[in-house]
Structure formats: structure tokens, C-alpha cells
Design a binder for this molecule. Structure first.
Ligand code: AMP
Length: 280
């Protein structure tokens, strides 16, 4: 696996591959890799002739009081995780290779960025859309792989690609979980033992919500109320949202159906966790 740090080199590698008729997949990440990221790498390796992983902790998607400075970074450990997989190149640019001093151009994200995460992290998706568009320019791949774990992010990217006519396919892969249900996340390292236990309530609340729907309850007010109760019972008071909404628009609904999705964002200790589950 080649480790590439410059825009010039990564672009040439990918263009040469595309011109040679190879199908290229890209997996954008912020590093601190875990099995969730590796599942995207495997999906790319299975579908493409060349797989590029990117690692870049993107400052523009962090709010002023968020964890940009302390976000876990360990490039050597990440490289060691990727080596056994079919990865052709890792693109790990330094900050100033991506954002030159004076950088002032940003993507105004699609409407689906506005609710939920958009309400709690107002500039987050502007940063995400900007870095993803930049990465797609630098790595003109055939297909990019994202995780369902960040459900709203995957919608923002799908809508951006569609609305800006970007010549790349988006594949969203299932959320990888610990055996006890906790969704893998680079931020799970922040959790102490008690918090790790509390955090299980997110998936439990989502599962119970979908289970209740399958048993015939479609009243969203009741489904949401039960998710809140489940989180509160576990001692999680910092609930940003625990909602059932339309899976395509993320707009509120009164009655759940197979096109609904349940999403939770909650603070466990000082760590903000998100998770979601589709109704079908
Ligand atoms: P991040 O490094 O957190 O920016 O995530 C990079 C990519 O990995 C995003 O597309 C995430 O949605 C995806 N991802 C993160 N956690 C998981 C997980 N537990 N299962 C599947 N994909 C994930």
C-alpha cells in the first residue's frame, strides 16, 4: 500500500488507473480506523479494481467547541490496520495540503442537512460537503463508500452528488456493531466503563422502537416517547434528539411506515454519540 500525501500524486495515480480502464473505489475517513471503516474497505475491494482510503481530520466540519484538537490520531496504527486489506493507496494529506491559508470557498449543503444534526451542529454539513467535494475532485473515483452509521451524512452526500451532477456513484454500507450492539465509532474511545454500558441504551431504544412498529404501533409520538424513556432510564439525560422521521427527507411524520427511520443523538458523559435504524 502506497502512502500518498500530495494532491498531485493522488490525482495522477487515480487518473492513470481510470485511463487504464480500472474501476476505482474511494473510502473517505478521519482515521482512528475500526471494523466499521474496514467494512467499507472490503466493500470497495470487492467491487473495484483499485481502492483508495483517505484519512483527513477535517477541521471545517467541527464546531468551535467540538473535539477537533483531541480527535484520536494514530497514522501508524491506521496503516497497520489497512495493510492486510486490498488497499492500493492511502491518501493522508497534511492540513495545509487541503486548506491553503486564505481558503474561503465552501459548499452550501442541500436542504436535507438542515434538521437533526444540522440543528445541533450548524456548520457541520457545510464542512462535510466541502471536504467530500474536494476529495472527489482529487480522487476522481467511480464509486465512494460511506457508512449508514452517519445516516444524515449519507443523505447529504447523495443529494449533493445528485444536485451538482458529480460523476461518482455513492454506496452506503450497513452499520457495524460490537457484539452487544454498540455502533463502532472512533469516539467510543472517549467512553469510560460506566459510560460504555450506558451507551448501549441508544441501540436498545432504536431496536425497541422498530420492534414496536413491527408489532403494530405506528404512532410516532408514542415511539419517540418510548425512546426517550429508554435513554432516561439508562441515565442519559443529554438527549439532542430521538426521533422517527421520513427516511428520504428527514422531515417529521405523525404515522410511521416502512419508509421511516429512527435516529438518536445523545451525550453520554461528555461524548456525543449518534445511531439510527431503518424501519425496513
Ligand atoms: P469517520 O472516520 O467517522 O468520518 O467515518 C468514515 C466513514 O466510516 C463514514 O462513511 C462513516 O459513516 C463510516 N463508519 C463509521 N462508523 C461506522 C460503522 N460502525 N459501521 C459502518 N460504517 C461506519
Amino acid at each position: 500500500m502506497e502512502v500518498i500525501t500530495t494532491k498531485h500524486e493522488i490525482r495522477r495515480l487515480v487518473w492513470d488507473a481510470r485511463c487504464g480502464g480500472r474501476r476505482v473505489g474511494v473510502v473517505p475517513t478521519m482515521g482512528a480506523l475500526h471494523e466499521g471503516h474496514l467494512s467499507l474497505v472490503q466493500a470497495s475491494a470487492a467491487a473495484c479494481d483499485m481502492t483508495i482510503v483517505t484519512i483527513f481530520v477535517n477541521p471545517s466540519q467541527f464546531g468551535p467547541h467540538e473535539d477537533f484538537a483531541k480527535y484520536p490520531r494514530d497514522l501508524a496504527a491506521d496503516v497497520a490496520q489497512l495493510v492486510p486489506h486490498k488497499v492500493d493507496a492511502l491518501f493522508a494529506p497534511p492540513l495545509d495540503e487541503i486548506y491553503r491559508p486564505g481558503h474561503s470557498t465552501f459548499v452550501d449543503p442541500p436542504a436535507v442537512a438542515e434538521p437533526l444534526e444540522g440543528a445541533f451542529r450548524p456548520t457541520h454539513f457545510r464542512g462535510v460537503a466541502t471536504i467530500v467535494l474536494k476529495l472527489f475532485q482529487l480522487i476522481p473515483a467511480d464509486v465512494a463508500f460511506f457508512g449508514q452509521k452517519d445516516y444524515q451524512q449519507s443523505l447529504v452526500i447523495r443529494h449533493m452528488v445528485e444536485q451538482l451532477d458529480l460523476p461518482i456513484a455513492i454506496q452506503v454500507c450497513p452499520t457495524i456493531r460490537e457484539p452487544d450492539g454498540l455502533a463502532l465509532s472512533s469516539r467510543n474511545v472517549y467512553l469510560n466503563t460506566d459510560e460504555r454500558q450506558q451507551a448501549l441504551a441508544l441501540y436498545r431504544a432504536l431496536r425497541k422502537c422498530v420492534e414496536q412498529y413491527r408489532q403494530g404501533c405506528s404512532r410516532v409520538a408514542e415511539l419517540q416517547g418510548n425512546m426517550h424513556s429508554e435513554l432516561l432510564e439508562a441515565g442519559i439525560a443529554g438527549i439532542d434528539y430521538a426521533v422517527v422521521v421520513d427516511r428520504n427527507s428527514l422531515q417529521p411524520i405523525d404515522s410511521a411506515n416502512d419508509d421511516s427511520v429512527a435516529l438518536i443523538a445523545a451525550r453520554v458523559g461528555k461524548t456525543r454519540l449518534i445511531d439510527n435504524l431503518l424501519f425496513s
